[in-house]
Design a protein around this ligand. Structure first.
Ligand code: 13P
Length: 309
């Protein structure tokens, strides 16, 4: 089915009380694994690309590839820019045909230094105006999430959480369609288990009219995710879990291939190299990881509202 607007997916999720999984793709195998998983679960899904992926691949090529896969998908899929840090990046992704963009005004363009509330409002408003002019959905962020290597110190953890009143004002001032909130999650793997501050989330949900987004979904226990969905989370971002599935599978296969090569050397045979034998199981492992999360998000079977199937 054709590419859908991010807003259509979130509106339907809100009406039915589930969350849409937003999974990061960097190449054909990651994008295929996400779409295959969504098809097997008959679930809507979001494929997202971060701005840092531009250092790995040409955005035009990646966007064209993802769009081609989406066009033959049997479920509704939206294409989303994850963590656009500047107005210019947002415009670039609008031109690439993404149907949803995130302007992350919580941090400056370096991705580390916090922006002030007012700076966040200004950059978000500008990006929202541009995106809305071409019918594209806008996600913003208020509060501070931890990053790998830049964890928020314990003493500052409370301050980093999204403030409910400020969030309501922010959404009103900027006109965004959804809001990513800081409620205790961290991007990447956690040391130990994360503590999701559900009470804070509930208060934000009471004050904020738009759907809420959980970043840093990897490692958040299933029950904590389900409870967050009860309190208004309608999109959950997953990246690291896909990478882990890829790495772990690949590591085992390369280990095995090296043993086979050593045996071939001993037997005086020629070594075999077939990278499809590495990539296919890695893609299958990523697909299974995505399917598992889709089930927790409660979106299995929910593609029917869009396709009638
Ligand atoms: P994880 O890498 O923790 O899954 O977080 C992904 C994310 O929030 C992308 O924006």
């Amino acid at each position: 089915m054709p590419l859908v607007a991010g807003k259509d997916l979130l509106t339907q999720a809100d009406a039915e009380g589930y969350a849409v999984g937003a999974f990061n793709a960097i190449n054909m195998e990651t994008a295929q694994s996400i779409i295959q998983a969504a098809e097997e679960e008959n679930s809507p899904v979001i494929i997202q690309v971060t701005q840092t992926t531009l250092a790995y691949t040409e955005p035009e090529e990646l966007a064209a590839l993802i769009r081609a896969l989406i066009e033959k998908a049997k479920v509704p899929v939206a294409m989303h820019l994850d963590h656009g840090r500047t107005f210019e990046i947002v415009v670039k992704f609008l031109r690439l045909g993404f149907t949803s963009v995130m302007i992350d005004g919580s941090l400056q363009a370096d991705g580390k230094t916090p922006r002030t509330y007012q700076e966040n409002v200004e950059v978000t408003k500008l990006a929202a105006r541009a995106a809305h002019a071409v019918g594209v959905t806008v996600e913003a962020e208020l509060g501070r999430l931890g990053q790998i290597g830049t964890e928020i110190p314990e003493s500052d953890a409370e301050n980093a959480l999204t403030d409910p009143d400020m969030a309501a004002r922010f959404v009103e001032e900027t006109g965004v369609d959804s809001l990513a909130v800081a409620i205790g999650t961290t991007h990447g793997l956690f040391k130990g288990s994360p503590t999701i501050v559900h009470d804070r989330l509930r208060k934000i949900d009471e004050k904020v009219s738009v759907p809420l987004v959980m970043h840093g979904g990897t490692g958040v226990p299933d029950d904590a995710v389900r409870k967050a969905i009860d309190f208004g989370i309608r999109k959950v971002n997953i990246d690291t879990q896909i990478r882990v599935a890829f790495y772990e599978t690949m590591a085992g296969l390369i280990d095995q291939a090296q043993k086979e090569h050593a045996e071939a050397d001993t037997a005086g045979q020629v070594r075999k190299y077939d990278i499809r034998k590495l990539l296919k199981p890695a893609r299958d492992a990523m697909r299974e990881a995505v399917k598992g999360r889709i089930r927790v998000f409660g979106s299995s079977g929910k593609a029917s509202a869009f396709t009638g199937v």
